[in-house]
Design a protein around this ligand. Structure first.
Ligand SMILES: Cc1ncc(COP(=O)(O)O)c(C=O)c1O
Length: 314
């Protein structure tokens, strides 16, 4: 992981060492912060952020869902801050973490403190391991149920939601798997700990309905790419045993990108390797993010250059 030299705090770039939050803040005490996970890719035209506008919009949706009212930033300022953080760190490709967090923790209300805005970035390669994309990974159905949409807000990327993901993924890792599949409170497949899930059967692609999941931006991109390739994509409930008899199962996320599940609950899926439709979508996705696809122009936002010396406040 490449460390950053600069971090964005509130309204300016600062040395990374200043990127700390007070221990007494709702963010630390209660997990009350909302964030995004975004990737910047190295393209022939220089670094470019994948689906910037959609990520910025989801950050604001998350803040709105949890009840933040007066935010210290506009969408335009968030976009500028993301670009400047990448440029100042001179990353050609990286992972970007914008976050809005609450500083006070004196009462259990949003009014207990002030919202702050930060952007961290770091160099990050394959999230599920270098081999995962090639060979696929092994997953199990978690003993932990995914969030009930009336208990935690599944449409918001709220830090506290990820306790559920950590419980599930830690359990899976300790049991020898790579990833956890989480069923929703209705008993149907919801999503993984940080990825959405797709099933392929008889050349049709299925994915879980939106109500109980985080609406992944990679998920949305893959649905579009699959339809471009002529595949039908159906959003409908998926049962546990539908996974077992699928021809292919794959997961999608900003961090994971597109990765096959070659085994679930000790049952081999399809041929036990990355299947042809998963492979085709990996290929399309790679072309898009390298700037070599018809959709690249619409989905990649080039990072403008920056005069770091002038931008960093000391
Ligand atoms: C719970 C969960 N589901 C799905 C996803 C995939 O979303 P995206 O493709 O926007 O990264 C993520 C990652 O952000 C996630 O945390």
């Amino acid at each position: 992981m490449g460390a950053a030299r600069y971090i964005w705090i509130d309204d300016s770039l600062r040395p990374a060492s200043e990127g700390v939050v007070p221990f007494v803040s709702a963010a630390v005490q209660y997990g009350f912060s909302v964030f995004e996970g975004i990737r910047c890719y190295s393209t022939d035209q220089g670094p470019a952020v994948f689906r910037m506008d959609e990520h910025v919009e989801r950050l604001f949706d998350s803040a709105h869902i949890v009840g933040f009212r007066d935010l210290p930033v506009t969408a335009e300022q968030v976009t500028t801050a993301i670009n400047q953080t990448i440029a100042a760190n001179e990353f050609s490709s990286c992972y970007i973490r914008p976050m809005i967090y609450l500083d006070g923790a004196m009462s259990l209300t949003v009014e207990a403190g002030q919202p702050h805005f930060v952007v961290a970035a770091w160099e990050w390669k394959a999230f599920l391991g270098a081999e995962a994309k090639e060979r696929g990974i092994r997953a199990n159905i978690s003993s932990f149920t995914r969030l009930h949409p009336n208990i935690m807000m599944t449409k918001a990327k709220v830090s506290g939601n990820y306790v559920s993901s950590i419980l599930a993924k830690t359990e899976s890792h300790r049991a020898g798997f790579d990833e956890a599949i989480m069923l929703g409170p209705d008993g149907y497949v919801a999503e993984c700990t940080g990825e959405n899930l797709f099933v392929v059967r008889n050349q049709v692609i299925y994915t879980s309905p939106r109500a109980g999941i985080l609406e992944g931006i990679t998920r949305d991109s893959l649905i579009a790419l699959a339809r471009d390739l002529g595949y039908a994509v159906v959003e409908e409930p998926i049962s546990r045993d539908q996974l077992y008899i699928a021809d292919e199962v794959f997961v999608s996320g900003t961090a994971a990108e597109v990765v096959a599940l070659r085994e679930i609950d000790f049952r081999v899926i399809g041929d036990g390797k990355t299947g042809p439709i998963t492979r085709a979508l990996q290929h399309e996705f790679d072309k898009v993010v390298r700037g070599r696809h018809a959709r690249s122009a619409g989905w990649l936002a080039p990072v403008p250059a920056l005069n770091t010396a002038a931008a960093v406040r000391s």
